[in-house]
Write a protein that binds this ligand. Structure first.
Ligand code: IVH
Length: 470
């Protein structure tokens, strides 16, 4: 969805009321909360997938989505009456670009944030499969961009982004020359005359940049006077979409294979993930050397602890671990939901965090008129960086967390790089502090503000507002 359209939905509902407006205030407020959350998620999908500039952490995004899903399942009849603003998974395609279908959809991963979540994952699968000690792989969850390398009769034919899961953006021209990407996997994958459609194998993986390349490319961007990339993930996406580099510079994109989609080959489908990784290595497809196979919950606990500890030394950004069942037969038995396979889970790392004082809040007007609060902090060191400003997202987040000027607050580096507030610390005397004031007029032009259905997002509608000029 385009940004103007998101705002149009937002303001249309705030002016004309919810579609099934009812006299009962409770119903109205649920409808407006569902609508507000959908619009907020659509806005963050737009920032993440289209603009490649996320403003909230994955965990904050997941919390919003969970809140929406809970409301939708408690009040299905009310949810049905609202304008659907957010697809189940976002779309990373650039509008107007060449695209292509995935034979097997590219799904997302279900997420866990604690060992208790992993225990529940392990126990439910063990029960379903009737086995108590399951073989699982534990691998870094590389923070980059998901891709599908499509091989026909052993030859690389297309490179697709995930897109909306069913159709991806065609990135073949930009990426076919990557050094770690073999153009041919071997003559045994060509079924010859015997096959009408040929053999198609979709190798799924992640494009990424190393921390070293992240620093280098951002250094080059600064020297050219251009914007730096906020995170390694946004750099990987930017470069994959043809982002500008010096013409003679090799694109510093790497990738790893972590699975497959369609496997319509003359050869048999791999019996398990271990066999898949061996097959990849034999044919020159890179796999994650940090991956380990474990058996049962005890070993899983230990391996998660070891890898979480080791992650600081990995040469790329990782936002967690992926735990996946080894045996292909079990994966087929377990199947998928509409958005994620049931045989895998992403365990997300807690971002690095410190505590400091909230000294004030600055309200900025963006290029589209959206008003965003930025926390002004007593400077604090996190991961060797001095942080004095942090994202506060929108007026809704300030209200939800009840921030007060002078509060002690938790500051995190989302995606290991973007500073954001994670909530105030409860302490004596807080009630006497002044709640963060929310502006009633535009901080740049003093004009009237528009607000979304439940007042979470504020915006200045004036095209000529001086604050819009970034
Ligand atoms: S396995 C979804 N393994 O995480 C199908 N995914 O948030 C199974 N990712 O879409 C994926 N590292 O792009 C798998 N070692 C890894 C991964 C990995 C990064 C990404 C992948 C996926 C996303 C889910």
């Amino acid at each position: 969805m385009s940004l103007p359209l998101i705002f149009l939905c937002c303001f249309a509902t705030s002016f004309f009321g919810p579609p099934n407006g009812s006299e009962a205030g409770g119903v109205d407020s649920v409808v407006s909360e569902i609508q507000g959350l959908r619009e907020e998620l659509a806005f963050h999908d737009y920032l993440y997938f289209q603009q490649n500039k996320p403003r909230i952490s994955d965990a904050a995004y997941d919390r919003l989505r969970q809140k929406l899903e809970q409301l939708e399942s408690r009040f299905p009849e009310l949810a049905a009456g609202t304008v659907a603003g957010s697809p189940p998974i976002g779309d990373d395609r650039t509008p107007g670009s060449l695209d292509g279908p995935h034979i097997v959809p590219m799904l997302s991963l279900r997420k866990g944030y604690s060992l208790a979540d992993l225990l529940e994952f392990n126990d439910s699968l063990a029960e379903e499969l009737g086995e108590s000690l399951l073989d699982c792989w534990v691998e870094p969850k590389v923070d980059g961009m998901a891709v599908s390398m499509v091989y026909e009769n052993g030859c690389l034919k297309r490179i697709l982004s995930r897109g909306d899961g069913a159709t991806g953006q065609d990135l073949t021209d930009q990426l076919a020359g990557l050094p770690e990407l073999p153009l041919f996997l071997g003559p045994d994958l060509d079924p010859g005359e015997s096959s009408v459609n040929g053999a198609v194998i979709e190798i799924r993986g992640e494009l990424y940049v190393t921390w070293e390349a992240f620093e280098q490319v951002n250094g080059e961007q600064t020297r050219k006077g251009e914007d730096v990339y906020a995170t390694p993930r946004s750099m990987a996406v930017g470069l994959a979409r043809g982002g500008s580099l010096a013409p003679d510079r090799e694109i510093p994109l790497r990738w790893v294979a972590f699975g497959w989609g369609a496997w319509e080959g003359p050869g048999p489908i791999p019996v398990d993930y271990s066999a898949f990784r061996d097959w990849c290595r034999e044919r020159g497809l890179p796999v994650l050397p940090q991956g380990r196979m474990i058996k049962g919950m005890e070993e899983l606990n230990e391996e998660v602890r070891v890898q979480e500890h080791a992650a600081i030394d990995w040469p790329f950004a990782a936002d967690g671990l992926v735990i996946k069942i080894n045996r292909t037969r079990d994966r087929i038995l377990l199947g998928s939901t509409s958005s994620a396979p049931r045989w895998a889970i992403a365990y997300k790392f807690a971002p690095p965090e410190e505590i400091t004082r909230l000294e004030g809040v600055e309200w900025q007007v963006g290029g589209t008129g959206r008003i965003t609060p930025v926390a002004l902090l007593e400077p604090v060191q996190i991961d060797g960086r001095t942080i004095s400003r942090a994202n506060l997202h929108n007026a809704g987040c300030i209200r939800d967390s009840g921030y007060r000027i002078g509060d002690l607050v938790r500051v995190q580096l989302a995606g290991q790089v973007i500073p954001q507030l994670a909530g105030p610390i409860e302490q004596e005397g807080r009630d006497e502090l002044e709640p963060v004031p929310v502006p009633e007029s535009c901080p740049a032009c003093s004009g009237a503000l528009l607000s979304g259905p439940d007042g979470r997002m504020l915006s200045c509608p004036k095209e000529a507002c001086p604050g819009r000029i970034d």
